[in-house]
Write a protein that binds this ligand. Structure first.
Ligand code: HEM
Ligand code: NAG
Ligand code: NAG
Length: 334
């Protein structure tokens, strides 16, 4: 009798394990393409270098693509899909339209990677490697990218509008947005440090110039610098018109990935409202400590940034038999 019960139990456990291996997603790994596409990282690295040498801002644009991918349906390259038969392209969502860029660089990389290893490497993995290379090439940290993501067969325009935070978000909203993706306050602060490179359009920071109080408590440093800072922004971005004119997110070192972003927000000189609220609305004081640490210790920022990028790169990934390896990053396979 006892033997039969034991036997049944063993069989049940074995069954459950088999079921689990079919249902649950495999974790990403470093060596995923080691056998099937050994040249992958070299190809990507070279192309990112070419694109960034041609235009330094491209590093920022490529980094942002990975963020906007991961926050909508997970890191599955849904952001790269064009409008096509029932796919409502995320490119037309508020935070992306007339703003997201770098798609041609991804196309070129995908073309070369398909040439070297056809039908093997996902567009989602490309975005993750490209984002890392873009950061490293701009003077930021280097980290190992975990791989094995697969590409979605759908996109979510509604999701892009819902999950990607707006530049005038309150701190509460930012925290909730990141929490919805499994990211905490430490991740929010570290990843916001991305705004040490790249540019924003006047429409993204107009409200910050003309309709936002840089309250006394937020500026810990020089006050007369604030006027000069605002005057520069006003000259780029008038009260109305010139919606598309650009300002660097980090005025001091606009193309260098460093910890200058944190010096900026300590002075209340973040370009976006979402940059400044990190401190101005930080009533608990928990963000203050992180910002001070990153501002005084760049190594610490780099370490945290790399850690949070890996975490972000893991959001709802498709692995195993889920999704597909897209041939063309702009369209699902037919
Ligand atoms: C915390 C919430 C965030 C908000 C509200 C936000 C918002 C924005 C906005 C409005 C722009 C300018 C877009 C334009 O005017 O065309 C921008 C640019 C940028 N964002 Fe963020 N962002 C956030 C977090 C992040 C994160 C997590 C990353 C990367 C991991 C990132 C990377 C970038 C980069 C690199 C740029 C410059 C892009 C370029 O020059 O093409 N941002 N962001
Ligand atoms: C943010 O800006 C949009 C328009 O760009 C506006 O409709 C909305 O009310 C603003 N939100 C806040 C919190 O100011
Ligand atoms: C700015 O501050 C003033 C005085 O402290 C206040 O009356 C006003 O409502 C604030 N404006 C905004 C947009 O927060």
């Amino acid at each position: 009798m006892n033997n039969i019960v034991t036997l049944l139990l063993v069989a049940l456990i074995a069954l459950l394990q088999i079921k689990q291996s079919f249902c649950s997603n495999q974790p990403l790994v470093l060596s995923y393409y080691e056998e099937t596409c050994p040249m992958l990282e070299e190809i990507v690295n070279r192309q990112v270098k070419i694109a960034v040498l041609k235009e330094p801002r491209m590093a920022a644009s490529l980094l942002r693509l990975h963020f906007h991918d991961c926050f909508v349906l997970g890191c599955d390259a849904s952001v790269l899909l064009d409008d096509f038969e029932g796919v409502p392209s995320e490119k037309n969502a508020g935070p992306n339209v007339n703003s997201l860029r770098g798609f041609e660089v991804i196309d070129e990389i995908k073309y070369l990677v398909e040439d070297a290893c056809p039908c093997t490497v996902s567009c989602a993995d490309l975005l993750a490697i490209v984002a890392r290379d873009a950061v490293t090439m701009s003077g930021g940290p280097k980290w190992n990218v975990y791989l094995g993501r697969r590409d979605s067969t759908k996109a979510s325009l509604k999701g892009a509008n819902k999950f990607i935070p707006a530049p005038n978000s309150s701190l509460e909203t930012l925290i909730a947005n990141f929490q919805a993706q499994g990211l905490n306050i430490q991740d929010l602060v570290a990843l916001s440090g991305s705004h040490t490179i790249g540019k924003a359009k006047c429409r993204s920071f107009r409200q910050r110039i003309y309709d936002y109080n840089d309250s006394e408590e937020t500026s810990y440093n020089n006050h007369h610098n604030d006027n000069e800072f605002l005057r520069v922004l006003e000259s780029i971005c008038p009260k109305s018109g010139r919606d598309d004119s650009l300002a660097p997110l980090d005025l001091m070192t606009p193309t260098r990935f460093d910890n200058h972003y944190f010096h900026n927000i300590k002075r209340g000189q973040g370009l976006l409202i979402s940059d400044n609220v990190l401190l101005s609305e930080d009533v608990e004081g928990e963000i203050r400590d992180i910002v001070w640490e990153f501002a005084s210790d760049e190594e610490k920022f780099f370490e945290s940034f790399a850690y949070s990028m890996i975490k972000m790169g893991n959001i709802d990934v498709l692995t195993g038999y889920h999704g597909e390896i897209r041939k063309n990053c702009r369209f699902v396979n037919t």
